[in-house]
Design a protein. Structure first.
Length: 178
């Protein structure tokens, strides 16, 4: 009898803790990207824009793959620019310590770094778009988004690109926005 009561109490505690456990596990899995998770999210993140990729990489059509599939299987390993806000070769050139740490041609790891670290820190990732510059030169956006660089990037991709807002410093002032 005592064992069945203990078992009943144990099961009730476990069922009560189960939602909390699921929350913790799901938070962990989304906070720390595994290779599979961040690769399957590429089409939803600012790292890949289908129309941009098609426009600057017309040779992908010969592969009989979608633009995203081509970038994932071929273009990324070649370091092809994949978005108007992310160019992996530019990103590595602007972050020489990262290039030294992961390898100057480790484009997959550099892409993962930008998604997990670079965006949050506002690191320069494309010659024609600098999120810090975008925030500082569009004060209305800075008031709304503060320094939430991910939201600023998404704003640019959704509406800012069509509003002719300033997006990158002139070459002479570019070093202040690394």
């Amino acid at each position: 009898m005592m064992n069945s009561i203990r078992k009943y109490i144990w099961e009730k505690r476990m069922y009560a803790l189960f939602p909390l456990l699921l929350t913790v596990l799901s938070f962990t899995s989304f906070s720390i990207y595994s290779l599979t998770e961040w690769e399957t999210a590429w089409d939803k993140l600012p790292v890949f824009e289908e129309k941009y990729y098609e426009r600057i990489n017309p040779d992908f059509e010969q592969s009989n793959m979608s633009a995203l599939e081509h970038w994932q299987k071929i273009g990324m390993d070649q370091g092809r620019s994949s978005s108007g806000v992310f160019d992996v070769k530019y990103y590595l050139a602007k972050n020489p310590d990262l290039a030294k740490k992961i390898g100057a041609k480790n484009y997959r790891e550099a892409t993962k770094h930008w998604l997990t670290v670079g965006i949050k820190n506002g690191l320069s990732s494309h010659p024609n778009f600098n999120v810090r510059y975008y925030a500082e030169n569009n004060r209305d956006l800075q008031r709304v988004y503060n320094n939430n660089y991910e939201k600023l990037i998404m704003h640019y991709l959704k509406t800012g690109i069509n509003e002719n807002r300033p997006t990158a410093p002139t070459p002479a002032s570019a070093n202040s926005y690394r």
